[in-house]
Design a binder for this molecule. Structure first.
Ligand SMILES: [Zn+2]
Ligand SMILES: [Zn+2]
Ligand SMILES: [Zn+2]
Length: 362
């Protein structure tokens, strides 16, 4: 008794071997060769093969049914049949017959084989074969391979344009050439859009950082600017965001003394500071007491505008506020948890030492 027979009957054993049953179907290949196979294996793997096997035939014929798989090398068909019974094929077989197997997997609706071939061919993409693979991916409806080809073409347009494959497409398939060029154009636009988004995002996170610094300057003071009830500390160490904080302190000092601001003469630095105060007020969630100058005034003004039915028109400002708020949320999330805890601890510790130094000096 073979070991397979020891299994309880409902369990099917998948093995590398063709089942011990006698072959009951013949697969005819391009060279006229016949490969014996098993009806049940072919039919259970592929509905297309099943219908080919079951198509009506001459009743008087006693020979087993035949399935014709033409147009690919006989060895590729042999690899396919082995895959259908053993569910695997070697890297060497994929090297040699990957293209044929992808075509067969598409024709016979074999998703597992298609995935394997797509992956194998994607790994074997080169500048020289990419146009052929691109066409193959389109014919066989293999989106992953298609995308990989497009990316390779996009990143190597100049080299791909020199290949035989590209020249062939130019001469024989102007529609395909147009589609590739359109796709490249689209990817370029997308890349530009992405770059602009990254640039905008960095602006919003700079603004969000400026907001943090403004709150920190107004609440605890930094190297050269601080709240009026806190004595300036001469030897205070720069804070963690000093690059932004220092610029902001200079701007606040300017704002406090600029004559043009008082006359409303359009000082660009004062205007910038004014906008930063307004932005703070728009995102400030301190309901009653906030130490940032003009916060309450801006809030009251906004409320009055709301009551008067105005204030709804400033969509660009609202959008800016939303973006800065989300940049703030992102920056607080992007720090790993442990680092965030350390920073919070550091911040608390620094606050305590800062406070004691004020008390000592006062
Ligand atoms: Zn600071
Ligand atoms: Zn000014
Ligand atoms: Zn505020």
């Amino acid at each position: 008794m073979s070991p397979t027979n020891n299994w309880p009957s409902p369990i099917r054993v998948y093995s590398d071997q063709i089942p011990a049953k006698k072959p009951d179907v013949h697969v005819v290949t391009s060279g006229g060769q016949r490969i014996p196979a098993h009806r049940s294996v072919l039919a259970s793997a592929s509905p297309v093969l099943e219908s080919m096997i079951n198509r009506p035939r001459n009743r008087r014929s006693s020979s087993p049914p035949t399935v014709r798989i033409l147009g690919v090398p006989c060895k590729a068909v042999a690899v396919l049949l082995r895959f259908l019974s053993a569910a695997k094929c070697s890297e060497e077989e994929l090297d040699k017959y990957g293209i044929h197997l992808l075509v067969l997997s598409h024709a016979f609706l074999l998703p597992q084989l298609k995935r394997i071939c797509t992956k194998a061919l994607s790994e074997r993409l080169t500048i020289d074969n990419v146009i052929d693979m691109f066409q193959l991916a389109r014919l066989c409806d293999a989106p992953n391979l298609h995308l990989k080809c497009m990316k390779l073409i996009f990143n190597n347009v100049k080299s791909v344009e020199k290949t035989e494959g590209w020249k062939f497409v130019q001469d024989h398939d102007p529609l395909l050439e147009l589609q590739i060029l359109q796709f490249i154009n689209e990817l370029q636009l997308r890349k530009k859009r992405r770059r602009r988004q990254v640039h905008e995002q960095s602006l919003y996170s700079q603004l969000s950082e400026a907001m943090e610094c403004l709150e920190h300057i107004c609440a605890e003071g930094c190297t050269s600017v601080g709240p009026c009830d806190v004595e300036p500390t001469r030897n205070r160490a720069p804070c963690g965001k000093f690059a932004t904080c220092e610029g902001l302190q200079l701007l606040i000092r300017h704002f406090a003394t600029c004559r043009k601001r008082v006359g409303g003469g359009g000082c660009s630095r004062c205007n910038r500071m004014w906008q930063l105060f307004r932005l703070h007020s728009s995102i400030c969630d301190q309901p009653v007491f906030c130490r940032v100058p003009l916060c309450r005034q801006f809030k009251m003004k906004a409320q009055e505008e709301k009551k008067g039915g105005g204030g709804g028109g400033d969509e660009r400002w609202k959008l800016l506020v939303r973006k800065v708020v989300s940049a703030r949320a992102i920056s607080s999330l992007s720090l790993p948890k442990r680092k965030r805890e350390i920073l919070e601890e550091d911040h608390e510790a620094q606050e305590m030492t800062d406070r004691s130094s004020w008390e000592l000096e006062a």
